[in-house]
Design a protein around this ligand. Structure first.
Ligand code: FNR
Length: 189
């Protein structure tokens, strides 16, 4: 068996009972060929460009974890039609200092999650805007998980078969995307 590709998972919510995290965990279970590890973002000090030369240990550790992963997956709620501030902060922390971004070239995917019907569409595209700038080749297949509170039981297990089927297929697409991007990068190296 080949070594599975590693995926740094960034959940845009700091909430303990986050439904976005439940979606991330459901995808992990349904995609056994990838190795997912959630990277903490709640401990990152607010980005301040004055600290670039003397980064906090949490900033350093965060960037190291992103750089070490083969790919990055964002699973996020929408806050006021945009990306939650802790997630934007993590993106900024990972991007600096200029020329030493942890994101550059890393294959990525975005899933937005909402208890509402629109599935966090605004946050999804707000995030994609930053990922374009950061040169994160992002899976174009869209993933908006709406009505999310109805999809899990009290244990946090996914109970909606259509969503399970969608996530299974999304996991396959993401795996193929990671393979493709990494193969192209190997060829170009
Ligand atoms: C929200 N929520 C929300 N939902 C949505 O679909 N679109 C939105 O723009 C917003 N805006 C928003 C702002 C703020 C500050 C909060 C706290 C919440 C509701 C949000 O989807 C809901 O709280 C989810 O449960 C958040 O995801 P987690 O924390 O469960 O992963």
């Amino acid at each position: 068996m080949p070594t599975p590709h590693t995926v740094a998972v960034i959940v845009g919510s700091l909430r303990k009972d986050s439904v976005s995290r439940k979606v991330a965990r459901a995808l992990e279970k349904l995609t056994p060929n990838l190795k997912f590890t959630e990277v903490e973002i709640g401990n990152l000090q607010l980005f301040n460009q004055d600290l670039e030369a003397t980064p906090t240990p949490e900033w350093v550790s965060f960037k190291k974890q992103i750089k070490a992963a083969d790919a990055v997956l964002f699973v996020t709620p929408e806050y006021n039609r945009g990306v939650p501030s802790p997630l934007k902060n993590a993106i900024d922390v990972g991007s600096r200092p200029y020329g030493d971004s942890a994101w550059n070239g890393k294959p990525g995917a975005v899933i937005s999650v909402s208890p509402g019907g629109i599935g966090g569409f605004g946050a999804n595209h707000h995030l994609r805007q930053s990922l374009v700038f950061l040169n994160v080749p992002t899976l174009s297949q869209e993933a908006y998980v709406g009505n999310a509170f109805s999809l899990f039981d009290a244990n946090g297990d996914l109970i909606n078969e259509a969503t399970a089927e969608f996530l299974r297929s999304y996991g396959k697409s993401f795996s193929a995307w990671i393979e493709k991007v990494l193969a192209e990068e190997r060829l170009a190296a």
